[in-house]
Design a protein around this ligand. Structure first.
Ligand code: ADP
Ligand code: MG
Length: 228
C-alpha cells in the first residue's frame, strides 16, 4: 500500500534548515495497523503529513498503491487524498462556522457522489459514531470526545483505504480517548489500513506494528509478536 525509499524532508525556517526525516525506508501493507512513536520533534507529524500528501518530500520515493506520487500535480494529489486518505488530527480541525453535518459533508464535497447521496452517507456515518442527534450542532457546542468523533466521521465519510491519525487522543481525557481507540480498532478490523502517531505506550501496544523514530530516522520497526 505504502512504499517509502530514502524519503527525506527538510524544513526551512529563515536560514535554519532542519532535517525532519532522514532517508526513511518503510513499507506498509494494506490492512496493517501501524503505530508511529518517538520523542517530540523526531519527525512523526512530518511523516504523517507526507503519507497523507499534505506535504511533499525534499527527496526520495513515495509509492501509494503502486503509484509514484512525486510526479503528481497538487490538483492530482488533492484528488488522491480525497478519495483514498482520511486524516484525524489531535486538534480536531473542525470548521466551527459549519454544523456537524456540514463538517462531515465537506469530505464528500468534491467527490463523485451527488448531493443527496452525500447527505445520506453523512447521516449513516453520524449514526454509526453515535452523533446523529448532534448533526445540527456546531463543533464548539460539543465535548472534546464528541468533536473528535465528528473528525473521525469526516475522515471516514469517503471510505478511504488509508486512515492517518496524529495523536488522536492527545486532547482527550482517558475515557474519551479509549472510545476513540475502540473506534479506530473497529475501522482497522473492517479492513482500513491505519497509521497512528501516539505518545501512549498503551495505545501503541494495540497496533500490530510499532515504528519508533529518533531524529528523523527509523530506530525500531517491530511487529507485535516481537514487542515485549
Ligand atoms: P513530531 O511530530 O515527532 O513532534 P515534527 O514532525 O512535528 O515532529 O517535527 C520534526 C522536526 O521538524 C522538528 O525539529 C520541528 O521543529 C521541525 N519542523 C516541523 N515542521 C516544521 C515547519 N513547518 N517548519 C520548520 N520546521 C519544522
Ligand atoms: Mg507531532
Amino acid at each position: 500500500m505504502i512504499e517509502l525509499q530514502g524519503l527525506t524532508k527538510r524544513h526551512r525556517a529563515g536560514d535554519i534548515e532542519t532535517t525532519a526525516l532522514d532517508t526513511i525506508d518503510l513499507a506498509i501493507e494494506a490492512g496493517e495497523y501501524v503505530a508511529i512513536t518517538g520523542p517530540s520533534g523526531c519527525g512523526k507529524s512530518t511523516l504523517l503529513g507526507l503519507l497523507g500528501l499534505l506535504d511533499r518530500p525534499s527527496s526520495g520515493v513515495y509509492r501509494l498503491q503502486g503509484e509514484d506520487v512525486a510526479a503528481k500535480t497538487s490538483r492530482e494529489l488533492a484528488a488522491i487524498r480525497r478519495g483514498r486518505i482520511g486524516f484525524v488530527f489531535q486538534s480536531f480541525n473542525l470548521v466551527d462556522e459549519l454544523s456537524v453535518h456540514d463538517n462531515v459533508q465537506l469530505a464528500l464535497r468534491y467527490g463523485p457522489l451527488p448531493d443527496k447521496a452525500q447527505r445520506i452517507r453523512v447521516a449513516e456515518v453520524l449514526e454509526r459514531l453515535g452523533l446523529a442527534h448532534r448533526a445540527a450542532h456546531h463543533p464548539s457546542q460539543l465535548s472534546g470526545g464528541q468533536q473528535q468523533r465528528v473528525a473521525i466521521a469526516r475522515a471516514i465519510a469517503a471510505r478511504p483505504a488509508l486512515l492517518l491519525a496524529d495523536e488522536p487522543t492527545g486532547n482527550l481525557d482517558s475515557a474519551h480517548g479509549q472510545q476513540v481507540m475502540r473506534l479506530l480498532h473497529e475501522l482497522h478490523a473492517e479492513g482500513t489500513t491505519l497509521v497512528m502517531v501516539t505518545h501512549s505506550a498503551e495505545h501503541a501496544a494495540l497496533a500490530s506494528r510499532c515504528v519508533r523514530l529518533l531524529d528523523g530516522r527509523v530506530l525500531v520497526d517491530a511487529h507485535a509478536e516481537y514487542l515485549a
